[in-house]
Ligand binder design. Structure first.
Ligand code: GLU
Length: 590
């Protein structure tokens, strides 16, 4: 049975102490409900609770929900609603998400697939114009790229499943910050002030977005206070009316109208929006060493890639391994995995995706024998042939879809030992740049392959009506040999998420790093022929040198866009890690 909480004044709690004085107090009849501390842990869970996410104000919001007795799911919704305000470049209610929820009492993990969908009028030529694919920036900024916003539906489905707190209370911190104003962070301000970004983002082209992000033509400066009453109003409607506060004719019409604006108007319509459904799925899990690794199944790549990389790594490692051997095994495991995921992973409800085959130990044994020379372009393997079921590699043409960074990751363990790993996105920074009712719309459909065929073969990830684009997002939970939750992690970063999260798994579980050490270490991304090495971080220059000596083509990166947020369960309690490349923190509940 759901418990509702006594409502008191949260605004007095000091949660928002980083803000300037409110520009305007909410009207008294609108006064926000607030939560009373009511921590009730399960007797056999003694490790405490923790939240790791991309902004301290969002983490505080989640902690306030936990301390009032809310569950990990309740806290995740509160955290994300705040992120949509203070980190609008990364995610929000105009986008989508994948959430893994582990329920300690039952031992079950459930996946909420809140991936955006293509309009029912879309076909495989969504991004084709006059026989050629659109360039990425034109597609990104077009109405064509907007998928059905799905995050609020995910909030609703997840809360119905295992929420304990009163629904309306989850939006209190975000509404309060939206109405009184939040302090603009350096990262948000830097994005807006970057000329390079401004020329591609087109936030300026949309009067509502321009007025919000560039008041008087100037980018919001770090340290200044920005309110967003329209977002506050949207959240109040959701708080009052449940998800119908979002999925209703007025909001759907407002979204559809903005999508239909030039350039390249999209066809997402009211029906697409009103009929959106979250898919509740089983996680894709596999064994690795003494652990079980679980992540989201297709259309996410998470379950496939986060099982393939550690397992291939072990198979590629010689018995007496040096540092160079470990590096090479990590790079080759990625190269094999990326080639497979680029070829096979797509929306499994619309096309056949051999997800279980790709992580089958017999296939992994065979695949580990196919390492490509450092100078070669890695090709996909053939799980069908390896498993004696008839070749499947020729089923699809070769796909090299890119995706770009605009995402966030939330990791939570609550006071009962339940866990949430949630990665949420609007795809590119500031999504589609079109703002409606206080939030930005996504450009998630650019995660589809633009060219629907290659050499006459269709691509698994080609657009289609109602289809969900392939995602790199890898919200991941790892369990120990007793089936207990051991690690919660995930990251933003476009297709590099695959590498960022795999580094975290190997770093913590194989190389003995703490979550913070691994977050700070250099990222190494091996998709295709080139290995990108983050030389601006510890270990990067040395890794680049070794890989060059081994014959790989190395591209030096001066900074990556990971935002890994991790919680590790240790004998002593919870150990968090927050990626220094973003503005996040990992905080334990006092
Ligand atoms: N849209 C991408 C995906 O779903 C994520 C983009 C990002 O992480 O920045 O894979």
């Amino acid at each position: 049975m759901k418990r509702c909480f006594v409502l008191i004044a949260l605004a007095l709690s000091g949660v928002f102490s980083g803000c300037q004085p409110p520009a305007q107090e909410p009207r008294s009849e609108d006064a926000l409900p607030v939560l009373e501390a009511n921590i009730q842990g399960t007797a056999d869970w003694t490790k405490g609770a923790m939240i790791a996410a991309a902004d301290p104000r969002a983490v505080d919001a989640g902690l306030s929900i936990l301390s009032a007795g809310g569950s990990a799911i309740d806290a995740a919704i509160a955290v994300h609603a705040v992120l949509g305000l203070v980190e609008p470049q990364s995610s929000g209610i105009g986008g989508g998400a994948f959430m893994l929820y582990y329920d300690r009492a039952s031992g079950e993990t459930t996946v909420f697939d809140g991936r955006e969908t293509a309009p029912m009028t879309a076909d495989k030529n969504l991004f084709m114009q006059d026989g050629a694919p659109l360039d990425f920036v034109s597609a990104w900024q077009s109405g064509l790229s907007v998928g059905t916003p799905s995050t609020v539906a995910l909030y609703g489905r997840a809360h119905e499943f295992a929420g304990r707190a009163d629904w309306a209370s989850l939006f209190v911190p975000a509404i309060s910050l939206a109405e009184t104003g939040f302090v603009v962070s350096p990262r948000l301000s830097d994005f807006l002030a970057s000329d390079r970004f401004r020329t591609v983002s087109r936030l300026d082209d949309h009067p509502v977005s321009a007025a919000y992000f560039y008041p008087l033509g100037q980018p919001l400066a770090a340290g200044t206070v920005r309110d967003n009453p329209a977002y506050g109003q949207t959240l109040r409607a959701i708080a009052d009316r449940g998800i119908e506060g979002f999925y209703n004719l007025d909001v759907a019409r407002a979204i559809a109208e903005v999508v239909a604006e030039p350039p390249l108007p999209g066809r997402l319509d009211i029906k697409d929006i009103m009929s959106y459904e979250v898919k509740v799925r089983a996680p894709l899990c596999g064994a690795w060493r003494t652990y079980e690794i679980c992540s989201a199944p297709p259309p996410s790549s998470g379950g496939v890639v986060q099982n393939m990389i550690p397992n291939l790594y072990d198979r590629l490692l010689p018995a007496e391994a040096s540092d160079a051997d470990r590096l090479r095994a990590f790079v080759d495991a990625q190269r094999l995995t990326y080639a497979d995921r680029d070829h096979y992973v797509a929306d499994g409800d619309q096309v056949q995706v051999p997800a279980d085959d790709l992580i089958d130990p017999a296939y992994l044994d065979a695949r580990a024998g196919e390492v490509f020379a450092p100078s070669a372009f890695p090709r996909p393997g053939d799980p069908g042939r390896a498993l004696g079921r008839g070749s499947m590699v020729g089923m699809w043409g070769q796909d090299q879809t890119v995706d770009s960074p605009g995402t966030t990751h939330i990791s939570i363990i609550d006071q009962d030992g339940n866990a949430v790993a949630m990665t949420a996105t609007i795809e590119s920074p500031f999504g589609n740049a079109r703002m409606v009712n206080g939030f930005l719309l996504n450009n998630e459909l650019t995660d589809f392959a633009f060219l629907p065929e290659k050499a006459t073969l269709p691509l698994a990830n080609a657009p289609a009506a109602g289809k969900r684009p392939r995602s790199s997002m890898s919200p991941t939970l790892v369990f120990d040999d007793a089936g207990q939750i051991h690690l919660v992690t995930g990251s933003p970063g476009g297709s590099s998420i695959v590498a960022y999260v795999a580094k975290t798994l190997l770093g913590v579980l194989a190389w003995g790093d703490t979550p913070q050490e691994v977050a700070e270490s250099a990222n190494i991304i091996a998709r295709g022929q080139t290995v990108r090495v983050e030389v601006s971080r510890q270990g990067g220059p040395e890794a680049a040198r070794i890989l060059r000596e081994l014959g790989y083509t190395v591209a030096e990166s001066q900074g990556e866009i990971s935002g890994v947020h991790t919680i590790l369960v240790t004998d002593q309690g919870l150990l968090g890690g927050a990626d220094p490349r973003r503005e996040g923190v990992a905080v334990a509940l006092e």
